[in-house]
Design a protein around this ligand. Structure first.
Ligand code: CTP
Length: 410
């Protein structure tokens, strides 16, 4: 049974050509057992009639903020309370901008502000409008506020151009909306995460390490566990306590981390490499403390195994996510890393002269996969980790649906 069964869905329709698909969206939602009420903007009326939406939803359609007829059926505040979820499909660039700025000058924006229910949007617009920094910034603002973004898909557009901006199909939207009500987006999914620094021993009292605090990796582990995943956290030395519901494997060196990950990865569905793994280790471990006999000391270093690349190169790899900390050209270098390591996604952040990242409580990420980059703006690491895990869950689900699903094999 769909988790939309007996849910109240408020469908918002805005003025884009994809509004012609809205009756089908209503039909799919009702097929899944949901009660659907529709609110449409004035411009939506240029593409689809209220009468059609009324006929398929079997309910009066809300078109104006202060419309005596529809207010007499259910006032707009009551409607905002009635909804278990709000889906705006299609969501135009103009609507996303107005929502991002908190306008409440029509029925739909007002409902979105007045509701406590989760809000999801299915953007649909010309590909240049989609790629415009203004649209992307509005999207980032909405994501940071917890709005779910479904799509858009790529392909040929009504305007004759080809690119990202097509609204997802009705069946896909119904499925994604239903996923919001599942008990956890990562239920029955095994996630292996590396976190923290590694210590590469020189002698019994000295080692080579880095400034990683482990906070980001631990936040990702916590967020994944909250989403229902079985989480294994392979952690280098940190002072952090193990998040609730997470199984921690404590390691010291990159070699130990590598071995622990390989032991856990065979039945894992998702791997997230957050650890700042030392790229090199001393070739020789001095079993006794090195004494200062001379003015110079040379340490010979050798390369450590690349854990992330090793996981991505497995025969049947999990959905693999790497992190990249760059001081400049973040997106370009992250894209190169994505291809070089053969991973599904890179979460990139800028480090260096800004006070976020490594030891800080805040961070900002740019998510790079084979499609468009998605920005998660600066916020505290717990919030950011939740947004990152939601993005990973979405993409992992899409990938496991499109190919032999690992989840289904269990
Ligand atoms: N990683 C890993 N094993 C290593 C090195 C890195 O699993 N031996 C993972 C990290 O956990 C992170 C990603 O790879 O997910 C970082 O990639 P890397 O190329 O090491 O990034 P940088 O250290 O930024 O590399 P470079 O110095 O080449 O920019």
């Amino acid at each position: 049974m769909s988790s939309l069964n007996q849910k109240n869905v408020l469908l918002g329709v805005t003025g884009g050509i994809a509004a012609y698909k809205s009756p089908d969206v209503v039909r799919r939602l009702r097929d899944a057992g949901a009660a659907v009420r529709v609110a449409m903007t004035a411009n939506a009326g240029h593409f689809i009639t209220a009468l059609t939406l009324q006929a398929v939803s079997d309910q009066a359609v809300y078109r104006k903020l202060l419309d005596a007829d529809s207010e007499s059926t259910m006032g707009h505040i009551e409607l905002a309370r009635w909804a278990d979820v709000v889906l705006v499909a299609p969501a135009t660039a103009d609507f996303l901008a107005r929502l991002a700025h908190g306008l409440a000058d029509d029925i739909l924006t007002t409902l979105c502000l007045a509701t406590e229910a989760p809000v999801a949007v299915a953007p649909a617009m010309n590909q240049q409008m989609w790629q415009h920094p203004a649209s992307q910034e509005n999207l980032a603002t909405l994501r940071a506020r917890g709005v779910s973004v479904f799509g858009p898909a790529e392909g040929s557009q009504a305007c004759g151009e080809v690119g990202p901006g097509r609204m997802l199909e009705a069946a896909d939207l119904a499925e994604r909306l239903s996923a919001l009500f599942e008990s956890g987006a990562l239920d029955k999914v095994k996630v292996v995460i590396t976190a923290g620094p590694t210590h590469e021993a020189i002698d019994p009292v000295r080692n080579i390490t880095n400034r990683s605090s482990g906070k980001m990796g631990y936040a990702v582990a916590r967020a994944a566990a909250e989403s229902g995943a079985e989480v294994v956290l392979v952690s280098g030395p940190t002072y952090l306590s193990c998040p609730r519901g997470v199984r921690r494997i404590a390691v010291t060196s990159a070699a130990e981390m590598h071995a622990a990950v390989l032991r856990e990865i065979a039945d894992a569905d998702v791997f997230v490499g957050v650890a700042a793994v030392a790229d090199y280790r001393p070739e020789k471990f001095h079993p006794q403390k090195i004494k200062k006999h001379s003015d110079r000391l040379t340490l010979e270093l050798v390369r450590n195994p690349d854990i992330l690349a090793a996981v991505a190169a497995l025969d049947n790899p999990p959905y693999t996510v790497g992190f990249a900390a760059e001081t400049h050209n973040v997106e370009k270098l992250a894209r190169e890393k994505l291809l070089k390591k053969g991973v599904d996604m890179i979460a990139a952040n800028q480090v260096g002269d800004i006070d976020i990242g490594l030891e800080s409580d805040e961070n900002a990420l740019t998510l790079i996969d084979r499609g468009d980059a998605v920005s998660l703006p600066r916020m505290n690491k717990d919030k950011l980790a939740r947004a990152l895990v939601a993005e990973i869950a979405n993409r992992y689900c899409a990938k496991s649906r499109s190919k032999n699903p690992r989840r289904a094999r269990r």
